[in-house]
Design a protein around this ligand. Structure first.
Ligand code: COA
Length: 262
């Protein structure tokens, strides 16, 4: 399957998705979003054939410079609603696909770019990365989850300050406020580190990683008692898996576990 606006590469079960519109700084139009949605729906249904995902942008200048402004300039409110829904669907798929997803941010991650990065499990970035939610500069509001997800990374007050001003966030600040998990000097270094991280995760049971992701995500909208209750159910549920039996037995038998994803 070939895509007009994405490059896909698979190595050892790790899927690298590169948004490929470098002449438009990888801006998200409806084609990019529809293609991302298709790829992520396939991953969701592939029974852990895909063990992890890296999302990045073509070239060294931009991860994703936002939703496509030209496309939005011609939209009616109803078309904008559909476009926003598509962007939100994609961000929700990154968030809920049952495998780890790392955003590798190589340059501009503005508007929809920042929103897509935040919907991944965590963000690696190069030192030239620039984040922001500049929608107000266009008399828009964030539409692919930014009003909801930025505050989960940086807190309500800071997210308001960032969204109201539409200002850029350079890498030092992005790291300091917890938006970015790790910073690298070059894209190559970042991509190698992301592959290494996903390789480590892929050596665990995919069922267990999926459960960790599900329970952590569910806790985002829960209070502490609800969150602990969700954790308790998850903890119980893994005891019905062969992998948990294998993991515990392997420790006691002083051998390496052999996880099967069952
Ligand atoms: N949507 C559509 N096209 C975009 C885009 C976007 N979000 N961001 C950049 N582009 C296009 C530019 O229009 C330009 O296309 P052209 O060569 O056909 O004119 C091309 O990408 C290169 O961008 P350019 O502005 O020339 O690069 P720059 O290095 O001077 O500036 C940015 C880079 C990111 C500062 C600038 O492009 C920008 O501000 N983009 C919009 C960011 C934004 O507001 N995003 C949120 C949208 S809701």
């Amino acid at each position: 399957m070939s895509y007009e606006t994405l490059k896909l590469e698979r190595n050892n079960g790790i899927l690298e998705i590169t948004v490929n519109r470098p002449d438009k700084l990888n801006a998200l139009n409806a084609t990019v979003l529809s293609e991302l949605k298709k790829v992520l729906e396939e991953v969701k249904a592939d029974g852990f054939e895909t063990k992890g995902i890296i999302l990045t942008g073509e070239g060294d200048k931009a991860f994703i410079a936002g939703a496509d402004i030209k496309g939005m300039s011609e939209m009616t409110p109803d078309q904008a609603e559909s476009f926003g829904a598509l962007g939100q669907d994609v961000s929700r798929l990154f968030e809920t696909v049952p495998v780890p997803v790392i955003a590798c941010v190589n340059g501009f991650a503005l508007g929809g770019g920042c929103e897509m990065a935040m919907s991944c499990d965590f963000i690696y970035a190069t030192s030239n990365a620039l984040f922001g939610q500049p929608e107000v500069n266009l008399a828009l509001i964030p539409g692919f989850g930014g009003t909801q997800r930025l505050r989960r990374y940086v807190g309500v007050a800071r997210s308001k300050e960032i969204i109201y001003t539409g200002r850029n966030i350079k890498i030092d600040e992005a790291e300091k406020i917890g938006l970015v998990t790790r910073v690298f000097n070059s894209k190559d270094e970042m991509m190698s580190a992301a592959r290494e991280t996903l390789g480590v995760v892929a050596s665990k049971s995919p069922l267990i990683i999926a459960k960790c992701k599900e329970v952590i995500n569910a806790g985002e909208s829960a209070d502490i008692d609800q969150g602990l209750s969700i954790e308790k159910s998850g903890f119980k549920s893994v005891f019905s898996t062969q992998d948990t039996k294998e993991g515990l037995a392997a420790f006691l038998e002083k051998r390496k576990p052999n996880f099967t994803g069952k």
